[in-house]
Design a binder for this molecule. Structure first.
Ligand SMILES: Cc1cc2nc3c(=O)[nH]c(=O)nc-3n(C[C@H](O)[C@H](O)[C@H](O)COP(=O)(O)O)c2cc1C
Length: 354
């Protein structure tokens, strides 16, 4: 029986090839950031309220004005085609079918037009900025034309950190899978090499705040900046027009020794004007963990690997089940905390215990 995200990971590990599982699971170098993200959820205790009438729990909220049935969104992750033939289209159908929002990676195995068309709710497009600004501009224009509802620009990957298992495995895309959004640009394969050498060849390490300014001017879509842990970076991004900041360390896959994202949320929230939304991801495997992030100031959280485990374990239905499980766990945690509305999840409900 699959009753929690850990169960889905166990089944996914059996069904995936070893290199694919290692790629999905892994973190940078010694995986200190990867572990730290997870451990942080044990650092807080919930000072729950009693006799608070929790007969009607409401988990709905909105992001950038778009309603969502729960404050848990799908983080952008590359290469869903290794988990299931339905790939990103199946994931997007499942996530939007559950009333949440799907964020599609630039590095998807399915073209953005197909994913957006098959989704029954909002899809956002995660953008990597290529050295070739013509290609970048084209991605932005296509996302806009296809109906993406926001651009999520990832800023924590000027280079790709080495994930050492991938190096040992000589990880590359299995035959038949491509970077479908880059079709026809000459950048649609890893050319038999690793993802790290692809990123080094194609993505722009000279990225600066000026490029964020460029992107905000280039598009009519709201721009979200993903991969921030510092309050001063968040403030500068907001000043340049970012409508939301995703507190994220890329799921522990970029700088090892980065802080646990849960420990960064409060600082970032406090530094920003309330009109700028704070989203967070990293290590969430339980509904109650999402609740902790919300108490500390996140408006919503994103989950990366849990979606991939659902997809690998049971395709579209598996992704649906993962989202339903997280929703049920969050519902239970809210009930037991004495909160019926997400707005009631305040800082005073949690206490740092280690
Ligand atoms: C297999 C995998 C691929 C990822 N690919 C991308 C990507 O293409 N773009 C991006 O911005 N983030 C990417 N991420 C990072 C996620 O968006 C997210 O920050 C992270 O997975 C959150 O941590 P979690 O997996 O512990 O929930 C990837 C993460 C994983 C695990």
């Amino acid at each position: 029986m699959l009753i929690n995200v850990h169960d889905f990971e166990r089944v996914a590990a059996q069904r995936l090839s070893q290199p694919a599982y290692d790629y999905y699971r892994g973190g940078a170098r010694d995986e200190i950031s990867l572990r730290r993200n997870r451990q942080a959820y044990s650092d807080y205790a919930v000072l729950y309220k009693v006799l608070a009438d929790v007969s009607a729990i409401d988990l709905s909220t909105s992001v950038l004005g778009m309603p969502v049935s729960m404050p848990i969104l799908a983080a952008p992750t590359a290469f869903h085609g290794m988990a299931d033939v339905g790939a990103e289209a199946a994931s997007a159908r499942a996530v939007t079918g559950e009333g949440s929002i799907f964020i599609l990676s630039t590095l998807s195995n399915t073209p953005m037009e197909k994913v957006i068309q098959e989704a029954s709710g909002p899809v956002l497009f995660q953008l990597y900025i290529y050295k070739d600004r013509g290609v970048t501009r084209e991605l932005v224009q296509r996302a806009q034309a296809a109906g993406a509802r926001a651009l999520v620009v990832t800023v924590d990957a000027p280079v790709l950190a080495i994930r050492e298992k991938d190096t040992h495995n000589r990880f590359t895309l299995p035959p038949g899978l491509t970077l479908a959004n880059l079709s026809g640009t000459g950048k649609e394969t890893l050319e038999g090499g690793g993802l790290d050498s692809y990123v080094q060849r194609q993505l722009d390490p000279s990225l600066s705040m000026r490029d964020l300014e460029w992107l905000v001017a280039e598009t009519s879509l709201p721009v979200v900046v993903k991969g921030v842990v510092r309050a001063d970076d968040a403030v500068r991004c907001a000043q340049l027009g970012a409508r939301a900041i995703v507190v994220s360390n890329h799921g522990g896959r970029q700088l090892d020794h980065s802080p646990a994202t849960l420990h960064c949320v409060e600082r970032v929230r406090q530094a920003l004007d309330p009109s700028v939304e704070v989203w967070m991801d990293g290590g969430i495997r339980r509904g109650a963990e999402a609740m902790l992030a919300l108490c500390l100031g996140a408006r919503v959280v994103l989950v990366g690997r849990p979606l991939l485990w659902g997809l690998a374990a049971a395709g579209e239905e598996g992704v649906r089940q993962v989202f339903r499980t997280l929703r049920a766990e969050l519902n239970e945690a809210m009930l037991l905390t004495g909160c019926s509305q997400l707005q009631q999840l305040s800082r005073d409900l949690v206490e740092r215990v280690s």
